[in-house]
Design a protein around this ligand. Structure first.
Ligand code: AMP
Length: 420
């Protein structure tokens, strides 16, 4: 028996309601904030991700699904959504559009991770990117959007954490300080962090191993090393968030797992689980990324949220989905002639926008009605020999168990929204 690959899952019909609900909330939010949808390919030139996410990051070192295509080109399944959008921004000359360009996406993301609850090898993200403006008000807009998005899903008890990790001018001095600090405790660092110490000391702050977490508490804080401009920028972001009435906590250990971030970084987590691998979403500024890809300096900011984790949290918090709209009709028949009438009637109802199913084969009427019940049909339309002769159908209200005869010509208008 084949099974879905480890770390992946099928989204069965019973689960789809959550995914569609979240997608609708996200699309509505983007409409309000003026963000337009973009879709990029599932795979890209492998170098795009190595270059932007950073060679020292877990994602690039251990987690990409990479392969050579038949012409020998190195390809990678998208392990995050931002770099492809920056590539598209450049490729399609979007710098010629009014700035910032506001985009959003839904995308499958592939990372070869150790599967556990809320951590999969394929998951879905909803993300937004605002490209082409460095104004801290844009950071606040994007953070506000993430916050309002979670509010719209009904999730409660979330916390917003923010930090600034500076820019290429001020960060080197901070990284030196961090290296100096952690060099005193090499023996206590996990093996991954020992390697990180040389190449990407920022990542140590983010390590989830208890010994590394303990050391992070007293580590130098990036906000103490910000240059004048970064400091002002961060203060403004926090000022605007306060104007918007959004509560946040500063978290000096928040650095995010990708190399391209500059200045603002933020994450949204279920309260009480800070530090665990529980972030529902996160993002930040990436002012150098487009330049890194060969474009003009183009400041930008964005966020992404993980849909599966939101579904998990919605279930934990017992958030009910709105009842599905559109009541189903089931057409049952008995005999060959009745079957022909049933086939025509099903087609007519569907063409009139009424969701309809019917029996198949030569099952008894009783069995078909049982099936109608199991499918949650609100009404059954029953056609037997008598009905064929008289050009009528029996209309059965499944909940009440009541039945009445209507003429074939009337069925659509009788079923037409709410007049039954
Ligand atoms: P990241 O790009 O790592 O910041 O991820 C953005 C969001 O996607 C996270 O906050 C999670 O909600 C979700 N996410 C990241 N990695 C995974 C994963 N392996 N499985 C499920 N959700 C994930």
């Amino acid at each position: 028996m084949y099974r879905a690959p480890r770390g992946t899952s099928d989204i069965l019909p019973g689960e789809q309601g959550y995914f569609r609900y979240i997608e609708e909330k996200a699309a509505e939010l983007c409409r309000l904030y003026g963000y337009e949808r973009i879709d990029t390919p599932v795979f890209e030139d492998a170098r795009l991700f190595i270059r932007t996410i950073g060679p020292g990051t877990d994602i690039v070192e251990k987690e990409t699904y990479s392969f050579e295509d038949r012409s020998g080109q190195a390809m990678t399944l998208r392990p995050e959504g931002t770099a492809p959008i920056c590539r598209a921004y450049l490729e399609h000359g979007m710098h010629n559009l009014p700035q910032p360009v506001r985009l959003y996406y839904f995308a499958s993301i592939f990372r070869y991770e150790r599967p556990q609850k809320g951590r999969y090898r394929q998951h879905q993200q909803f993300g937004v990117e605002a490209l082409g403006d460095g104004d801290p008000a844009l950071d606040a807009e994007v953070i506000d959007m993430a916050w309002q998005f979670f509010a719209s899903t009904g999730l409660a008890n979330l916390s917003l954490q923010i930090n600034s990790i500076g820019c290429k001018k001020c960060r080197p001095r901070y990284l030196d300080e961090l290296k100096g600090y952690y060099s005193q405790y090499v023996a206590e660092l996990c093996s991954d962090c020992k390697a990180r110490l040389r190449r990407s000391p920022l990542r140590i702050l983010d390590c989830k191993k208890p010994s590394c977490q303990g050391l992070a508490v007293a580590a130098p804080q990036s906000t103490d090393y910000l240059c004048h401009d970064c400091k002002e920028h961060f203060e403004s972001v926090m000022g605007y968030l306060s104007l918007l009435g959004i509560q946040f906590q500063k978290n000096h250990r928040l650095v995010r797992g990708l190399d391209y971030y500059t200045r603002t970084v933020f994450e949204i987590q279920p309260q009480g689980e800070e530090g665990a691998q529980s972030a529902l979403g996160g993002g930040g500024r990436y002012d150098d990324l487009i330049e890194e890809l060969g474009g003009k300096p183009t400041p930008a900011v964005g966020f992404a949220v993980g849909i599966e984790r939101i579904v998990l949290n919605m279930k934990q918090q017992r958030i009910a989905l709105p009842a599905p709209s559109g009541q189903r009709v089931f057409v049952a028949y008995s005999g060959e002639e009745a079957k022909n009438e049933a086939i025509k009637l099903v087609a007519t109802l569907r063409r009139c926008g009424i969701p309809t199913l019917s029996g198949l084969g030569d099952r008894s009427l009783k069995a078909q009605l049982r099936q109608a019940n199991a499918l949650g049909a609100a009404y059954a339309l029953i056609i037997g020999e008598d009905e064929v002769k008289s050009g009528t159908v029996e209309l059965r209200d499944m909940a009440k168990g009541e039945q009445r005869r209507v003429s074939m010509g009337e069925v659509v208008s009788v079923l037409g929204w709410g007049t039954v």
